[in-house]
Design a protein around this ligand. Sequence first.
Ligand code: GDP
Length: 392
Amino acid sequence: MRVFFIGFGQAGGKVVDMFIEQDKKSGMNSFRGIVVNTARTDLMGLKNIELKDRILIGQTVVKGHGVGTDNVTGARIAADEIDSIINSIDTRGTHDVDAFVIVAGLGGGTGSGGSPVLARHLKRIYREPVYVLGLLPAPEEGRLYTYNAARSLSTLVNEADNVFVFDNSAWKNEGESVKTAYSRLNDEIVRRFGVLFRAGEVSKAGVGEMVVDSSEIINTLRGGGISSVGYAVTEVVSERTKQKRGFFGGLKDSFSKKEKAEEVLMGEDKSAKVIALVRRAMLGRLTLPCDYSTAERALVLVAGNPNEMDRKGVEKAKSWVEENIAGVEVRGGDYPVDSNYIAAVVVLATIAEAPRVRELFEIAKETKEDVIRSKEKRASMFDDQDIDPLFE
Ligand code: GDP
């Protein structure tokens, strides 16, 4: 799939910068992208996005200092400057693009407010689908972040063709510093979605037996709403691993010792290996923990060493996924890549139940009520007082 990424805000910019880095390193060139921000320093910190593709908006309003956590201002600035954003996208070339993917942290200001505005305009202008990869804040970031994320997410589901959700709180370890957590989390994001978004593009390892092309991904996501992604990886040849280029990793295919030791495949039947991997992807940690039995559609993608691919295994794995989700549409196939790893990606599309999203909306509702109450209190304190103001 040829993806045009738009990183909106700080988190979105960082993640898109990593997608571009991964794509360059793999030599596939299936991604292109720009980043948009109201804060100049965030744009300066990126490494892989060309300077001309870093778009600073809102200069007359916030003078390059960002909007803080004010996503209403973020949305307004994006709407005011939508022409220059679209113009930058057009200039970069869109004729061969299969989909647009906007990436944003939903708890902040710029990306949270700007991404629904951009999604609406992209959808109006282009025929290609517009997806959003939205990052949910952790509860410890405070209620304002939660409130912002709830407002942004509920707007996004109406504006985008589908919203992939990544929940920071499900992935951040207790006691881990935010900085280390983010770079680890971003690596996890890019690894999973990198495999998904590059599916169907020709890699050095050739064409698969059951190719997944962009239309399969698009049809899987057709139901809209929110989607969650599962992923599992396993090593197939241990000795040469270090010399191989990294297809799955952000920088190189490096996985923890534990992950390697557990996963080295030992003479098992190929098809059983594929099924086990797909099960592990779906039952393991998802980008958004959710009740997978409520998914409307699914996509199963097995990527990796062509010698380990097995058509029967993929078919059986698809049937297993189909038995476990609400709907009956499960698409999928293999994607051979030059790597010593084999990875399974399972997209659970259009899910109806995710506890974190429910919690997010509950907290947001309480926060809204508290804000209204405190406004009323403040107003009543100054009501009916008999003192004349200094001037009218
Ligand atoms: P913006 O620049 O105003 O759009 O705000 P940010 O992009 O900083 O969004 C803030 C939210 O994004 C926070 O609530 C964090 O949860 C999340 N966030 C910030 N940086 C990162 C990052 O590098 N990775 C991830 N996964 N989340 C991030």
